[in-house]
Design a protein around this ligand. Structure first.
Ligand code: 3PG
Length: 320
C-alpha cells in the first residue's frame, strides 16, 4: 500500500468533519490529536473546507489530512493545493478519480457495489471507501465481495460508531473506519473540545481492545515450575496443562516458564486486536518497543515486546 494508506491503517479511525468556520480548525484538530487521532477528513460540505485544510496543513503538519465530499475536479484541485494528502468522494466518479491520480494524488472514491470497486481498483486506487457502509449491508456485504475482490482494501464510513467499529476492523481487508461520531455538529458548534477528545480516546481504546492476556512466571528449572503451577492451580481451582517450554495454568492465564525467560521475574502479555496499530498508538503515548522482538505470521504482526520492564516483568503485545 502507498504510505498514506499505510498511515491510515495504523491510525485505524479517521474522523470526518464539517467545519463551520476556520476558527474551529486548529482547536478541533488539537482535540482529535490529544484523543489519539491525528487524522481528519475535512469535508467540502461547508464553504470553509479549503481554508481549514490549508491552515491545519500549515500549523499541524503531523495531521494526516484528507478532503472529503469532493464532488468536482475543481474541489479536488483546491483540496490538494491546500495540503490534503488524499481525496475522498461519497460516490465513484471516474473523472475525479482519474484526475487526482494523474496529478500524483491519492483518490479514495466512495463505492458500494463490486462493480464500482472493481472500476476504482482498475483506475489505480489502492484503498477505496465503502459508503454508506451500514446501509449497504455492512461488513457482511464486504466479506462477500472480498471473497472475489481479494485485492480490495476498504475504508468504511456511514453509520459506523464506537459500538460497531470492531466488526469492520476485524475484517482483514478493512484498513480503517471513519465517521462523524467523535465530532458531532453540536459539539463542534459548542466548542466542546474536551468531549471530542474523550470520544476519540474511547474509540481508540475500543479499537485496540487492550487487555491482560496472561502472566508468565520464570522458574529456575522444571521442578520449580511444576511446584509453582501446582500452587496456583490449587489456589484458583484451575487445571494444569504441560507444554514444551512452559506449564500452563487455567485457560492459559498463567504460563510458568521451565527456565528463566525474558523479564527479571517473568512477563505480562497484553492482548490486542492489532499489534501494528497498538504499537502506533502506544508509541504516541510514549511507550517504547523492541522492534527486533516482532513476530509476523500470515501477514499479521502477532507479537512485540516493549523495550522496558514493569516491576521486573517484560511486557509483550499479543494479537488476539
Ligand atoms: C462520510 O462522509 O463518510 C459520512 O458522512 C460519515 O458517515 P456518518 O456521519 O454516519 O459517520
Amino acid at each position: 500500500m502507498n504510505p498514506i494508506a499505510e498511515k491510515i491503517y495504523e491510525i485505524g479511525i479517521v474522523p470526518v468533519i464539517a467545519f463551520n468556520s476556520v476558527d474551529e480548525a486548529l482547536p478541533l484538530c488539537r482535540a482529535l490529536s490529544e484523543g489519539g487521532l491525528s487524522a481528519a477528513e475535512v469535508t467540502f460540505r461547508t464553504p470553509c473546507a479549503e481554508a481549514c485544510i490549508r491552515l491545519i496543513h500549515k500549523e499541524m503538519p503531523d495531521m494526516l489530512l484528507g478532503a472529503g465530499t469532493v464532488l468536482t475536479v475543481d474541489q479536488a484541485d483546491r483540496a490538494m493545493d491546500a495540503g490534503a494528502s488524499f481525496v475522498v468522494s461519497p460516490g465513484f466518479d471516474p473523472v475525479i478519480t482519474r484526475h487526482v491520480i494523474e496529478k500524483g494524488g491519492i483518490a479514495m472514491p466512495g463505492t458500494s457495489t463490486a462493480g464500482e470497486m472493481q472500476q476504482a481498483m482498475n483506475l489505480g486506487c489502492e484503498a477505496i471507501k465503502f459508503f454508506p457502509a451500514e446501509a449497504n449491508g455492512g461488513v457482511a456485504m464486504l466479506r462477500d465481495i472480498g471473497a472475489a475482490l481479494k485485492g480490495a482494501r476498504w475504508i468504511c464510513t456511514g453509520g459506523i460508531n464506537i459500538t460497531n467499529l470492531r466488526n469492520y476492523l476485524d475484517c482483514d481487508q478493512v484498513i480503517a473506519v471513519g465517521g462523524t461520531w467523535m465530532c458531532r455538529c453540536d459539539a463542534i458548534k459548542a466548542g466542546d473540545w474536551a468531549q471530542i477528545t474523550a470520544a476519540c480516546k474511547a474509540s481508540v481504546d475500543t479499537m485496540l481492545g487492550l487487555h491482560l492476556a496472561h502472566i508468565g512466571i520464570n522458574s529456575k528449572n522444571e521442578e520449580e515450575a511444576a511446584a509453582t503451577a501446582s500452587l496456583l492451580a490449587g489456589l484458583l481451582n484451575m487445571k494444569v496443562t504441560p507444554g514444551n517450554a512452559s506449564i500452563f495454568v487455567g485457560k492459559r492465564e498463567f504460563e510458568i516458564m521451565k527456565q528463566p525467560g525474558r523479564g527479571r521475574n517473568g512477563h505480562i502479555a497484553i492482548g490486542c486486536t492489532n499489534v501494528d496499530r497498538a504499537i502506533y498508538h502506544l508509541s504516541r503515548r510514549g511507550v517504547r518497543f523492541d522492534p527486533d522482538s516482532k513476530k509476523v505470521q500470515n501477514g499479521h504482526t502477532t507479537f512485540c515486546y516493549l523495550a522496558d520492564e514493569i516491576g521486573g516483568f517484560a511486557i509483550h503485545l499479543l494479537r488476539d
